[in-house]
Write a protein that binds this ligand. Structure first.
Ligand code: ADP
Ligand code: ZN
Length: 737
């Protein structure tokens, strides 16, 4: 029997504390158990993340109590959390918090218990209600309602019968009904009836990909498969059938999809195929739903989990397969501590639990592409769209030429206007993409050049017309538009730059009869609005859908025959070595929304830099050529995937002090890392100030992740951090802004 428990308390202390296990708790104080421990002068909740026979500390306090009746985390999950904390340079308790949903940690929220009414034998006798009818009509009504439906919640029965709960209690006294406590499971999407579907016969490429994946499931050589399939090539169908095969072998599965593409459409496909053994985990669930879904998984009643990033840590039993769909998505990387990447953690979890991992994308990350090309991952390709549908026809519109011809910059080129009106005439649908919300990206005084800036951040405020407000897209703070220029007093403002709101307005001018909807985080503030708009679009109540990256992925609407990319250059010139890769991925994904039905699709890309390699590659569907070129450039400059890179960002209220700390950190990194690492000079971050805090950063690169880890730990220990300066350690950083 272990005598010592290592406990992580729910506070940020980055330590495990040793406690002794008293005899009476020997059975229950096991690894993963939630406990209450004495801490300082009070008590804290915590988790047992390890057990041992003895401790290096002489006087241990005993664990006070074990909460609940079962361990909530298993060793394999606590081990993952430990590994995460270590690799991503994060405190252990933040990692524990990551692997265990808050609502489960905070038990006993528990299952929802409610009173359920069922008839007794006497009550089920048809005469029973009749005998009550005259003297107790309410009770008779309740009994009628119960008999017409069967078992029902007390409150629900009272509502249906239009009687008080007391009337039903009276029935209980007479021995006509039983009232008992029951557990109500809160299942997301429950109550929507879904028709089961039959799997289609796979196309040859799909069948080959399925074989590759099944071999990975069975033999783990190699355990990871990169499924590179053009948009609409039937990747999801391959996942579904691979999961079926794993399930037939008694194995469970986890499917990760980016939060944004976790649409009802996606969830439905899994529910249709696998019914109730599917659990859904993502942030839009209510706490109760999340609690119950998680426990269904933990108890083994659900074997397949579909969810967003943190669903990777779901306690699925006998895991056979992990799918990471759209594996190139940056949203798999958590922006705060621990800055883990769910794809990379998936590969790790797969290795530890002997399970296969499929990374799927139409536009894989360069990291995964590279791993496939050096043979670390198996590569399966789907080069054809299902049913040999044509890839859309891509046209590039040179906005410089358009400007010369028209004498002014036009938001909609002649080609685009023509193409949209064509679709309206033929009753086909259009998607217009612009990855910026709001009306104008800045408000400029034409007289003195004043640009409205956020007080707290080093960016221009975006003008939102409907609210008549200037809003900062970094911190969200806003204010009404001033009546005149605060600097020179001139009343005439000019709006510079575009946003989706402006596109909507221009459309109304060009096509007054068209039914237009906008989809961005300004319009999609409610959980239901997303489903509503997509539903309307599907049934043809909307002609043109305008949106940001929200509409870039996963949508599959057969009647969309035109995709217009209003301004392709938005992200192309950001100071980030991945800008080209990101633009290529984004544009290819958006273009993939066109022509998913029987009519061929068309994509119009408007740009000021038509000859940029990323844009040319999108037009020619030349992923391989573009990636080869990008990889050559990364190798040359020693960037990932040829090196590992960590980004350390310090932020503080005092510019000089923050800069000074970052500079000393860079020095210490160099000293500690020696020749094994390359450390960039400390410099202001591209967004030099956010929410009033100045930001400085330094990058550290090396071919060895271990060398980076060691150097960062040594530097953190060597340089004292000023009290009001915060530091974010982002290992394998994707966001350098
Ligand atoms: P992707 O995930 O690559 O975008 P999907 O799996 O969503 O592609 O497939 C696109 C559409 O084609 C879906 O409606 C899907 O049901 C259908 N589909 C996929 N595979 C087949 C197949 N082998 N036969 C017929 N239809 C298929
Ligand atoms: Zn701001």
């Amino acid at each position: 029997m272990p005598r010592v428990a290592k406990v992580v308390v729910d506070l940020s202390l980055n330590r495990e504390f040793d406690y002794s296990i008293p005899d009476e708790l020997a059975e229950t104080a096991v690894l993963g158990a939630p406990v209450i421990v004495p801490f300082g002068r009070s008590e804290r909740r915590g988790f047992i993340v390890g057990v041992a026979d003895r401790s290096d500390f002489p006087h241990l306090k005993p664990i006070r109590a074990v909460v609940g009746s079962k361990a909530l985390i298993e060793k394999r999950i606590t081990d993952l959390a430990r590994w995460m904390a270590d690799y991503y340079l994060a405190p252990i308790e933040t990692a524990i918090r990551t692997v265990l949903p808050a609502v489960v940690r905070r038990e006993p929220a528990g299952y929802l218990r409610r009173l359920i009414v069922s008839p007794t034998e006497a009550g089920a006798d048809p005469g029973a209600a009749e005998r009550l009818r005259a003297r107790a009509p309410k009770q008779a009504a309740a009994l009628d309602a119960l008999m017409s439906g069967g078992e029902i919640f007390l409150a629900e029965l009272a509502r249906r019968a239009g009687v008080s709960e007391a009337a039903i209690r009276a029935l209980e006294k007479k021995g006509l009904v039983r009232i008992g406590e029951g557990v109500v499971e809160r299942q997301p999407e429950a109550g929507r009836t879904l028709l089961p579907d039959t799997p289609p016969t796979l196309m040859p490429e799909q069948a080959a990909a399925l074989e590759t994946i099944c071999r990975a499931v069975d033999t783990l050589t190699p355990p990871v498969v990169l499924l590179y399939g053009v948009t609409g090539s039937g990747k999801t169908e391959v996942y579904l059938q691979a999961i079926r095969r794993a399930a037939d072998r008694g194995k469970g599965a986890i499917v990760l999809v980016p939060e944004i593409s976790l649409t009802p459409q996606t969830v439905e496909r899994f529910r249709r195929r696998f019914g109730d053994t599917v659990a859904i985990l993502h942030s839009h669930l209510s706490e109760g739903e999340r609690h119950d879904e998680w426990h269904r998984v933990q108890e083994g009643r659900a074997r397949i989990v579909v969810g967003a990033r943190s669903a990777l840590f779901a306690p699925v039993r006998d895991l056979g397969l992990i799918v990471v769909d759209e594996e190139h998505e940056a949203s798999y990387k958590q922006a705060e501590t621990p800055c883990y990447h769910a794809r990379d953690m998936a590969v790790l979890r797969g290795r530890r639990e002997g399970c296969a991992v499929v990374l799927g994308s139409a536009t894989p990350s360069l990291e995964s592409w590279h791993n496939a090309h050096i043979g670390k991952y198996a590569l399966a390709r789907l080069t054809q769209r299902v049913d040999h549908r044509e890839m859309p026809l891509l046209k590039i519109v040179d906005l410089r030429a358009e400007m010369e011809r028209e004498g002014k910059p036009n938001v909609f080129s002649r080609e685009l206007v023509q193409a949209v009106s064509e679709r309206l005439r033929r009753s086909e649908q259009t998607i217009l993409f612009l990855n910026r919300r709001g009306y104008a990206s800045s408000l400029v005084c034409p007289k003195c050049g004043y640009v409205a800036q956020c007080d707290d951040c080093s960016v221009a405020q975006t003008f939102h017309k409907r609210e008549q407000r200037l809003i900062c897209h970094l911190c969200g703070k806003g204010q009404p538009v001033p009546p005149r220029c605060p600097k020179c007093g001139d009343p005439a403002f000019r709006y510079a730059g575009l946003g989706t709101e402006r596109i909507e307005e221009i459309l109304a001018r060009f096509f007054p009869k068209a039914r237009v909807a906008r989809m961005d985080s300004d319009t999609m503030t409610r959980k239901e609005s997303y489903r509503q708009v997509l539903g309307d679009f599907r049934v043809g109540k909307i002609d043109i859908l305008v949106g940001t990256q929200m509409i870039a992925k996963g949508l599959d609407f057969p009647n969309v025959t035109l995709v217009g990319i209003v301004f392709a250059d938005l992200a192309l010139h950001l100071p980030d070595f991945r800008a080209g890769e990101r633009t290529f991925q984004m544009l290819t994904q958006v273009a993939g929304r066109a022509g998913r039905g029987d009519v061929a699709g068309e994509v119009i890309i408007q740009t000021y830099t038509p000859f940029h390699p990323a844009i040319q590659a999108v037009r020619r569907f030349d992923l391989e050529g573009f990636y080869e070129q990008e990889l050559a450039f990364r190798r040359e400059l020693e960037y990932p995937p040829f090196t590992r890179l960590a980004c350390l960002t310090a932020r503080g209220p005092d510019d000089a002090a923050t800069a000074d700390y970052t500079a000393r950190l860079a020095e210490a990194l160099r000293a500690a890392g020696g020749a094994a690492v390359k450390v960039s000079d400390a410099a202001p971050a591209p967004f030099a100030r956010i929410q009033g805090l100045y930001r400085h950063q330094t990058l550290i690169r090396s071919t060895s992740a271990k060398a980076i880890n060691a150097a960062v730990r040594a530097a953190l220990a060597a340089v004292r951090r000023p009290k009001d300066v915060l530091l974010l350690c982002d290992m394998d950083a994707l966001n350098l802004l």
